[in-house]
Each structure stands twice: as C-alpha cells, then as structure tokens.
Design a protein around this ligand. Sequence first.
Ligand SMILES: Nc1nc2c(c(=O)[nH]1)N[C@H]1C(S)=C(S)[C@@H](COP(=O)(O)OP(=O)(O)OC[C@H]3O[C@@H](n4cnc5c(=O)[nH]c(N)nc54)[C@H](O)[C@@H]3O)O[C@H]1N2
Ligand SMILES: Nc1nc2c(c(=O)[nH]1)N[C@H]1C(S)=C(S)[C@@H](COP(=O)(O)OP(=O)(O)OC[C@H]3O[C@@H](n4cnc5c(=O)[nH]c(N)nc54)[C@H](O)[C@@H]3O)O[C@H]1N2
Ligand code: SF4
Ligand SMILES: [Mo]
Length: 722
Amino acid sequence: MREPPRSETRDALSFCRQCMGMCGTVVTLDANDRVVSVRGDHDDPSTLGYACFKGLNASEGHNSPDRFLQPMKRKPGGRLEPVELETALDEIAEKIAALLESDGPESIAGYRGGGAFFSSSSVMMLPALLRAIGTPKAYSSITIDQSAKEVTAGRLGVWPPGRTPFSRSDVYLLVGSNPLVSVSANGFDTRNPTKRLRAARERGMKFIVVDPRRSETAQQADIHLQPLPGEDCTLLAGLLHIILAEGWQDQEFCARYADDVEAFERAVAPFTPEAVARRADVPVETLREAARLFAQECSTGPAAGATGPDMSPGGNLAEHLIECLNVICGRYLREGDEIEHPGAIHARQLIKAEVIPAARWWEHGFKSRIGGFGQFSEEFPTGTLPDEILEPGPGRVRCLFSHGGNPASAIPEIEKVERAFEALDLLVAIEPFPSMTTAMADYVLPSTLQYERADLPMWLWESLISAEPYTRYTPALARPPEGSCVRDDHYYFWAIAKRLGLTLQLFGEPLDIETAPTTDEILARTAKNAPIPFEQIQSAERGILFDHEKQFVEPGDPDSPHRFSLLPEDVASELREFEAVLAMPALGGDGFDYRLAVRRIREANNSAGLGLPSIKRRIPFNPAFMNPEDMKAEGVAEGDAIEIASRHGAIRALATADPTLRRGVVSIVHGFGGLPRDKADYSDVGVSTNWLTSLDTSARETINAMPWMGGFPVSVRRVDNT
Ligand SMILES: Nc1nc2c(c(=O)[nH]1)N[C@H]1C(S)=C(S)[C@@H](COP(=O)(O)OP(=O)(O)OC[C@H]3O[C@@H](n4cnc5c(=O)[nH]c(N)nc54)[C@H](O)[C@@H]3O)O[C@H]1N2
Ligand SMILES: Nc1nc2c(c(=O)[nH]1)N[C@H]1C(S)=C(S)[C@@H](COP(=O)(O)OP(=O)(O)OC[C@H]3O[C@@H](n4cnc5c(=O)[nH]c(N)nc54)[C@H](O)[C@@H]3O)O[C@H]1N2
Ligand code: SF4
Ligand SMILES: [Mo]
C-alpha cells in the first residue's frame, strides 16, 4: 500500500484491546482512516505510556492481507469462499432452526474466547443468544484458565470488600504468574506493571514470587521460591503449616470469621517444612523465610495465584490454599477501609465486612449430561465440550458458535477436539484471522478489529484491570479496508436472533428486533449504572476517574453466623492426596524425569496473531525451554530436536537453553501448531502442546473439569528431527 504523505496523517487517542492491559495509545491514521502506527500514550493517566510489542504492531493486523474481510462459507471440497453476508446469515439461521426442530435447544452451544472478552459491546451477545434459544450450553476460555478461583469462592466463601489492594500492601506473594510479561494477574497492578511494581518496591513493599522460572517478575522479588511445577499445593500447605505452628496467623480475624481452623491446622500438620522442601525441591530455609516475611514481618498484603498453579494438578486446591493464606493472615479490607474500585461501569453497592458463605453454585441448577458437572457463572466447563459433541444421546451438541476464540487450539487433547469439531453439523466462527478453528468452520463471520470499533475497556472484570474507578471510551478511529464486509461482532448475533424470531435481552432489557443496535447504543446500555451519563464518559478524551464519591467498607452484621469454610470434605480429601505422595520423590516415576511448565511469551497472546510477519520473524515456532544443565545431561545441544512425551501423547520441538528455568522442567508455550489432520511442519507453525494434555478424568480437576496443562510428568529425549 502507498504510504500517504506525512501531512495526511493524524493522531488520535484510544486504547489497546489485545490483552487485559488496556494500554492508552496514540494511533496514527492516514487520510483514508487506516491505522499507520500505534504508540503508547505517555500522558495516559492509567497506563503511563506503556505499550508492548503486540500493541505497537497493531497496524499490521489491521492491514493484514490474511485477514478475513468477507463472510466465508465452506464449499464442497473443503475451501472457504466468500459469501454474501445476508445469505450467510440466512443459511446459518436456517440450519439452527432445523436443529432446534430436530434436536432441541440443547444442540446449540457457544464458546467465548479472548477476542470476545476484549470487545465490550459484544461480550454479552453470545450468552444473550444462547439464552434466547433456551440452551444452557455456554462455554468460554475461563474454564480452561483460572476458574479455580471460582471453585475457591464457592468452597471457601467470599469476603466482599476483597483483599488488601496492591497499593496498600506491605507484602505481595505471587504464585505462578509473570505479570511483567502477561500484564495480567488477579490484584496485581497491571496498568504499566513494570512501573507500578517499581513504585511499590520503592515505597517498601516486599515481594515474594513462587515460580519454577526466574521470570522477568521473579527477578524483582525479595524472595524467589523455585519449586518444581505442580508442587504448589505441597508448598502452600507447607507455608500454612509454618504460619499456624508459629502462631503468626491473625488470631482475631480467624476467631471471628473462619471455621475449622484447628482441623485445618491438623490437615496441614504433615506438610512439615522439611518434607515440603524435599518434595517441592526448594531450600527449607527459603521456605521458612517466605513464611516469616509474609505472615510475621508484614501485616498487610495478599497472596495471589495465576495460571502456574491453576493449570497444574491440584489447581483447585492450590487456589484454595492461596486464599486460606489470606483468611488465616487476615489479608482483607476491613470495616472503614476505603474501597479502591467501587465501580465505574458496574453499579455501586454497599460492601460489608462479613463473609458470604460457601455457596457451591455448581451443585445447584443445570447439570451437564457429561460427568454431571454443574455451571460456573452460567457456563459449563469447557473441558466437557468435546464430549458434549461426541457423546450420542439427547442433548448432544450439533452446532457451535465460536466468538473471538480459537477453541480448536485452546482446548486440551487436540485429537479429540479435532474429532469433535469435525462431527459438528454447524461450526460458526466470528473471527478476524485464519486459525485452527476457522480451518474447520462452516462459516466465518469477519470481525472489525479494535481500532475500527467504539469500545469501553473490559468492564466485566473492571476492578481487575484498574486499581481505581476509572473508565474511558474510544470511538471507532479506523475504517475497515476498502471493499470489505466486516461488522462489529454484536451485529451477527442480533441478525441471527432476528431471523429466528428471537428477542435478545441485554442487561435486563430487550433489544429491538427490527432495528440493529449501534455499538454506541450497546455501550450506553452497558454503562447505564455509571456515576455519570454515558455522553460525559464519551467526551472525556483520556477517560474519567470517578473519585468524587469515595466508598468505605460498611460494618458487617455483628450477628452474622457466616464464616469461611477452610476445610470442607472435598478440600480435605484433595489435601490427603498430596499428603500421600509427600514422602515420594516428585520426579522419576514411570520414567518421567521432568515436569512440564506452562508459560507465555511477550510476542503473542495465545494463538492470536501468530501468523503476522513481525511475530513470525521473532518467534516462528515455539521452542522447548530447558535448563542448560539438563540439556547437557540429556546430550541435547542448542537447537537440537527433542521429543517431549506425557502419559497421553508426544510432541517434537527444538530445544533452547533457558538458564532462568530450574532443573527438571521443560517449558513450552501453547497456541502454536496446526490441526492433526494438516500435519504441518514444526518449522512453519510450531507444535500444539495440547498433544500432551488430556480431557480424561485422570488428567483433570473435579468440579470444573479443568484439564491439566502443566505441572504433570513428562520425559525428554533427543531425536533426529522435528
Ligand atoms: N496447553 C495449553 N492450553 C491452553 C493454555 C495453556 O497454557 N496451555 N492456556 C489456556 C488459556 S489461559 C486460555 S485463555 C485459552 C485461550 O483460549 P482462546 O481465547 O479461545 O484462544 P486465543 O488463541 O486467545 O484466541 C483468541 C482469538 O480471538 C481473535 N481475535 C482477536 N481480535 C479479535 C476481535 O477483535 N474480535 C474477534 N471476534 N476476535 C478477535 C484472535 O484472532 C484469536 O483467534 O487457551 C487455553 N489453552
Ligand atoms: N504476552 C502475553 N500476555 C498474555 C498472554 C499471552 O499469551 N502472551 N495470555 C493471556 C492469558 S490468556 C492469561 S490467562 C494470562 C496469564 O497470565 P500469567 O498467569 O501471568 O501467565 P504466564 O506469564 O505464563 O506466567 C505463569 C508463570 O507460572 C510459571 N509456572 C509454570 N508452571 C508452574 C507451576 O506449576 N507452579 C508455579 N508456581 N508456577 C508455574 C511459569 O514459569 C510462568 O512464569 O496472560 C495473558 N497475557
Ligand atoms: S500490554 Fe496488552 S493492552 Fe498493552 S499494548 Fe500490549 S497487548 Fe496492548
Ligand atoms: Mo487465559
């Protein structure tokens, strides 16, 4: 494309929507309103100029020749070919109507991925369509990510004021997260994480990191514990053991708000510092130091976990133990404390200092016909979706909508996922780029990209992305490519509902079935509970901080009988399973001398954008990271091919030395590779780590069916080629 003369370009303010960072950006556009370049906005009050490689290269995606610019339909012979939008929508609606007639509403399912969650106008449309259809078969990436947090809330109970915020913490204990790269972590200040962490350290905050890798984040820690992956439960039980044995807990908070403290203390008693240090392979002194720094020397500041613990065997228990550290040490806001983020888009509510008891939501309501799993925030666990498609019988899923996700890549046990998706009668992907999922889709409905649509920052979890009640609006800045037929995603859902004669309910009110809503109309409705009218949010260029009306934690009901359940029976039994293997060596059983560790890379967000030239140049395939000493021991040189095998499958990748990784670990990033049937070359696309994972009950959590994606045993051997 011809570069327009400099004078024809203009700069406009917006924010990036490729990850939870929501970084304030300055977008340069040409005379045709095409994105020329993006830079971090140094005057942004929230993210202070930060922008990463992905955000800075966003123009590439917008102008990519690979992008879907027309609705596509799979033709006999297997190719996707352009089709008229209204024809595609008619045909999709007809197929759904036929399935509703023959198989009933439960035959229709939907999955939301990252691309859906980052679009504030569209994120609630798939649930709205599924509800209107009358099917409970809603899925998303949340249940193949950190839904252990929801399990914990449901088993332990909830403290509505939340944990002590990052800005007021004396100490922060982070388990299995690398927010300096992932720009994501529950409660960590990710608005320019490097700057925010530096400021916190300068004001004296102590920082403890538990990670098998000396990650970018761990390098900033006062104490770094480097256990084997999959040993978080052991290690956390050990920390709790030390704290309770030393009497470092918050006695008053425990006495008032926690049940089963003595039973819990007995349950962690076998996890002595020596036994834990041996099993997790950490120095016993460092373990004690971490417990002392967290619980004795500091009195505010929470423990928090992310994908490291949550994706490993025992992920649900690990999150439970992390929250038990917070309960036992009383690391929560108390009556009279100021609430950092009382709400910008979400309605404000009185927040009381009292426990909401364990509700175990999944035990009530709809149950999946697969394994009897219950629902999480009105969704079934994604780990059960392939079986929902494959398992014959009433209620079998025949049609899947994939909204802004790449489930074919993201869901474990790639071969089964491929088989399941091939067995569908209808797979519709609402997606801007070719992916493993679009490679199997019957229809692809092309999305606008971020700078082509009006938006609000991710409001669904607004307090996770901002430590302050801040929000902003961006108009659509860029025009989609000439001659394209792309829509903001919400249109597709509305148009299909209309054809089915269904009215969608959005935020408790119907959408007009005759006229498609505009993006601004949906955003205005989304922001209807904001402290000021939507128009005022729209006119504030760099957003609005709603700090005029501070909110404080209200007193709890002094007679409330509700308390945290530290040790329900299922937690006790999971803990006993870890106790049973405590004395055994963690490595070397069945010839598996290593453990797999999940990790993310700076250059890409899961599978998104891996085909873009800037990313391909930097990371054409996913290398297998190993400690240099382990490589030597296995006779593996830099760039040699290795085979990594688990109990379920094997992959080949090129080994690369990572001295930041501890010994006994192989770490390789997910999102790469192709479908099994395509037999693509590793050197072209890398390899999917979901050959190593499984959806089998022996390889996943109970309750949320979370498949293990790391922390499990693998073997490594040198091979001649990939
Ligand atoms: N083995 C293994 N598997 C894993 C993981 C792991 O660590 N190991 N991680 C898991 C985790 S944490 C997650 S969250 C899932 C990821 O699960 P998904 O979210 O399903 O996967 P992504 O690869 O992030 O796919 C996002 C898609 O959104 C598209 N997209 C980008 N922008 C837009 C847009 O504006 N509109 C629309 N409609 N789409 C857009 C991208 O092109 C991409 O195809 O994978 C999980 N799977
Ligand atoms: N650049 C970039 N940013 C992203 C993404 C991306 O792909 N790229 N993905 C986004 C998504 S979908 C998510 S869910 C978030 C996730 O955000 P994070 O959870 O912060 O993800 P990671 O950066 O992979 O950090 C996980 C860390 O856990 C460590 N680890 C591995 N196994 C274990 C274990 O068993 N125990 C412990 N304690 N640690 C372990 C790894 O070494 C790694 O440093 O990031 C989001 N942001
Ligand atoms: S950190 Fe996330 S939001 Fe910020 S520029 Fe990078 S991809 Fe965009
Ligand atoms: Mo994720």
